[in-house]
Design a protein around this ligand. Structure first.
Ligand SMILES: *Cc1c(COP(=O)(O)O)cnc(C)c1O
Length: 492
């Protein structure tokens, strides 16, 4: 731990009897309230600090992290959209914060109405008949969708469909979800233009395939223009077509997966609908189905009764079952609904188009310096295959690290796996032209440095609190609690 940068740990700032509060003496006989066996034996060892010290400590720590509130965050495939502050304000309302998932229906009618309305809006946006908002993330939505597909085939007595087909450009969660749902995964190659090879797809479609999972635009930011034909051959084979909605952003208000022939889809509210997801959550992965598949959706379900009131239905014979004990991450749902209502139909359409424009602008400005493996118009994101001139040995990892020195979060690197030096950029619609131009200049500067002074790029970052941590070690053995090393040594 580098003290000069991080400062002291809060425990090291502790001073005997220093306090940030003053309470009157407790005259409540707590012995009578808490039974002896439930009381702690020893006072907890908490840091003793005054209020300004605590505030400064945590404020300083927060600025050691990069976030979308501190700078441009062009992470591809993740849609790191700016989270408007009004979302937080609405989601922090006491009626939302203090609601309990098991409160009687009659006491949370307003909240159930929000759930119901968001489900209707998503159905309209996706071109689906009905949505469930219960899954907690995109991957959880994929699992839900595949379980719905399984329930559908089983209801037809069609039990030998044990395969799920995914293109080689798919996000890793697609094959993983298929495996968790009990299917065998079949991979289909992409063509040089980045779209799925329809002939190869045809070759694997038979009566053992339950579903084909597609992302459109795909993870290269390319629109799968053969989707009508794909939909036709998939349905002819008796399989269903699943839409991974992580890339829905550029299509908002312009095109709908339901109209393209998709039967089941998920949406990542924490991507397309602007709720924050740095650090892994909380997320929300609603799943929508086309007409005829509604009965397989999971419970609990929110239903509107004939008198206009709402209730939670907790059982349903034909349903795939339950994927979560409650109605999902309600605070994330509220933020998404706030975003949809504040933008409106026209605003959503504008967001998708602007995201696409921004991505194409960056791509065209930088393709002279970075290798663009797939030419042409992209949607909301695109992929470079590292530098055009790789002779000095500067890699995509080096470029990503050097961007941190210049105040930008790195784009997604080494994904998709189709290229060796993938660098995947997604600017979103919320960035100004000035920010985007500054980013383009930074990328050009790095390309220039890579030729003239490659060492400075290879040894980057030079200005961040941590330089190059051991990613594997950090993931395998994270240190998440404070340990008093002195005390530990004494105990040995
Ligand atoms: C992010 C993403 C997923 C997984 O979503 P999570 O919410 O992270 O579980 C699936 N597919 C694609 C294309 C993605 O970008």
């Amino acid at each position: 731990m580098n003290k000069e940068i991080y400062g002291n740990l809060i425990f090291e700032l502790s001073n005997q009897n220093r306090k940030g509060y003053k309470l009157p003496k407790n005259d409540f006989p707590d012995e009578d309230v808490i039974p002896e066996k439930l009381r702690r034996e020893k006072e907890p060892q908490l840091p003793q600090v005054d209020e300004p010290t605590v505030v400064r400590h945590y404020t300083n720590m927060s600025t050691n992290n990069f976030g979308v509130d501190t700078g441009f965050y062009p992470l591809g495939s993740c849609t790191m959209k700016y989270n408007p502050k009004i979302n937080e304000q609405i989601a922090s309302d006491d009626s939302i914060l203090s609601a309990h998932p098991y409160q009687p229906d009659s006491t949370v009618q307003g909240n159930l109405e929000l759930y119901f309305n968001l489900q209707r809006f998503l159905s309209e946006i996706g071109g689906m008949a009905e949505f469930t908002l219960n899954p907690y993330a995109g991957a959880h939505g994929e699992l839900t969708g595949l379980m719905i597909i399984k329930a559908y085939h089983e209801s037809n007595g069609d039990t030998k469909r044990n395969k799920v087909v995914v293109p080689d450009s798919a996000h890793g969660t697609n094959p993983a979800s298929a495996a968790v749902a009990g299917f065998d995964v079949v991979e289909v190659k992409s063509l040089p233009d980045g779209t799925i090879d329809v002939e190869s797809l045809k070759a694997v479609l038979d009566d053992s395939v339950a579903a084909v999972m597609m992302t459109n635009p795909n993870t290269l930011g390319i629109f799968e223009k053969n989707i009508p034909q794909i939909s036709e051959i998939v349905h002819e084979s008796g399989a269903l077509l699943y839409y991974d909605g992580a890339n829905l952003n550029p299509l908002l208000g312009v095109a709908r997966p339901g109209d393209m022939g998709f039967d089941v889809m998920h949406i990542n509210l924490h991507k397309t609908f602007s709720t924050p997801h740095g650090g892994g959550g909380p997320g929300s992965g609603p799943v929508g189905v086309r007409k005829g598949l509604e009965k397989f959706l999971p419970y609990p379900k929110v239903v509107r009764k004939t008198d206009g009131s709402f209730s939670i239905m907790t059982d349903d014979k034909e349903s795939m079952g339950s994927i979560s004990p409650t109605l999902g991450n309600f605070d994330v749902q509220v933020k998404a609904l706030t975003y949809i209502l504040s933008l409106g139909k026209e605003g959503l359409k504008e967001a998708g188009s602007l995201a696409t424009l921004n991505a194409n602008y960056i791509k065209e400005k930088l393709k002279e310096y970075y290798l663009l493996p797939i030419e042409g118009v992209c949607k909301h994101e695109f992929v470079f295959d590292g530098l055009k001139d790789k002779s000095t040995g500067v890699t995509t990892l080096n470029i990503a690290k050097r961007l941190l020195d210049m105040g930008y979060h790195a784009p997604t690197i080494y994904f998709p796996l189709l290229f060796h030096e993938s660098l995947m950029i997604e600017p979103t619609e919320t960035e100004s032209k000035e920010t985007i131009d500054q980013f383009i200049e930074a990328m050009k500067k790095i390309a220039k440095e890579a030729t003239e002074n490659p060492e400075i790029v290879k040894s980057a970052p030079h200005h961040t609190p941590v330089t190059r941590p051991d990613d594997t070690e950090a993931a395998l053995h994270p240190v998440v609690t404070w340990n008093d090393l002195k005390q530990q040594n004494n105990n040995v």
